[in-house]
Design a protein around this ligand. Structure first.
Ligand code: PGA
Length: 241
């Protein structure tokens, strides 16, 4: 039985004090699923120190353990401050910072080496979706990003780029079909036993109104939430769907 996991990705939003107030309120929301927040790096440690049941993680890490990489953050340091998870390969990182599947795979390896759960994002662009290329794009991304990992300790997030921050959610049927396809790819890469243990999230304009339908899909085990994770009322409703 896979435990549902909903993560709020704050991206480059939410101040430190504001984030702590949010966390305090979130800790009081009763839910039996796993809930997490990914604040900006500067807030990470203090958020971790103030979290009890809410998981706190990073939005990115570097693929090397240490070195001359000005401005980057290592998994070693994330481990030292007890980060619970780290998002890798978010489409914004892929688009604006040239993050490739190869790099995403190295980042996931670094994280696993330091006992931090990677959340590996995959997803097709609008043009690819409209050209019916979703299946081949996702297959390539999963094959390359999820290669040679202790995959049952990872979470995969399917986030169609055209649904992120646009208010356009994939229908639950599309989301379910792609999440099932991802599970089938993992089955081929590893085994069906292992693939059945991997949690797969959907992300892209998830909100309190569409979460229940998405979570009812057999291969969707959670959500990666951007915009709707910035408002405590909306996010509380969402995690108690
Ligand atoms: P959104 O973002 O919920 O605002 O669409 C999702 C994400 O980028 O993870």
């Amino acid at each position: 039985m896979r435990k549902a996991i909903i993560i709020g990705n704050w991206k480059m939003n939410m101040g430190l004090r504001e984030g702590l107030t949010f966390l305090g309120a979130l800790e009081n929301v009763d839910t039996d699923i796993e809930v997490g927040l990914a604040p900006q790096f500067v807030s990470l440690q203090v958020m971790i120190n103030n979290a009890d049941k809410v998981l706190i993680g990073a939005q990115n890490t570097h693929e090397a353990a240490a070195g001359a990489f000005t401005g980057e953050i290592s998994s070693v340091l994330l481990k030292e401050i007890y980060a619970d998870f780290c998002i890798v390969g978010h489409s914004e990182r892929r688009e604006y910072y040239n993050e490739t599947d190869f790099k995403v795979n190295l980042k996931a390896k670094q994280l696993l080496e330091h006992d931090i759960m990677p959340i590996i994002c995959v997803g097709e662009t609008l043009a690819q979706f409209e050209n019916n290329e979703t299946n081949e794009v996702i297959k390539k991304q999963v094959n390359e990003s999820c290669k040679d990992l202790n995959i049952e300790n990872c979470v995969i997030a399917y986030e169609p780029v055209w649904a992120i921050g646009t208010g356009k959610t994939a229908t639950s049927q599309i989301a379910q079909d792609v999440c099932l396809m991802i599970r089938n790819i993992l089955s081929e890469m590893y085994s069906s036993d292992i693939a059945n243990k991997v949690r797969i999230q959907y992300g892209g304009s998830v909100n309190a109104d569409n979460i229940a339908e998405l979570m009812a899909c057999p291969d969707i085990d959670g959500a990666l939430v951007g915009g709707a994770s910035l408002d405590i009322d909306k996010f509380s409703k969402l995690i108690t769907y």
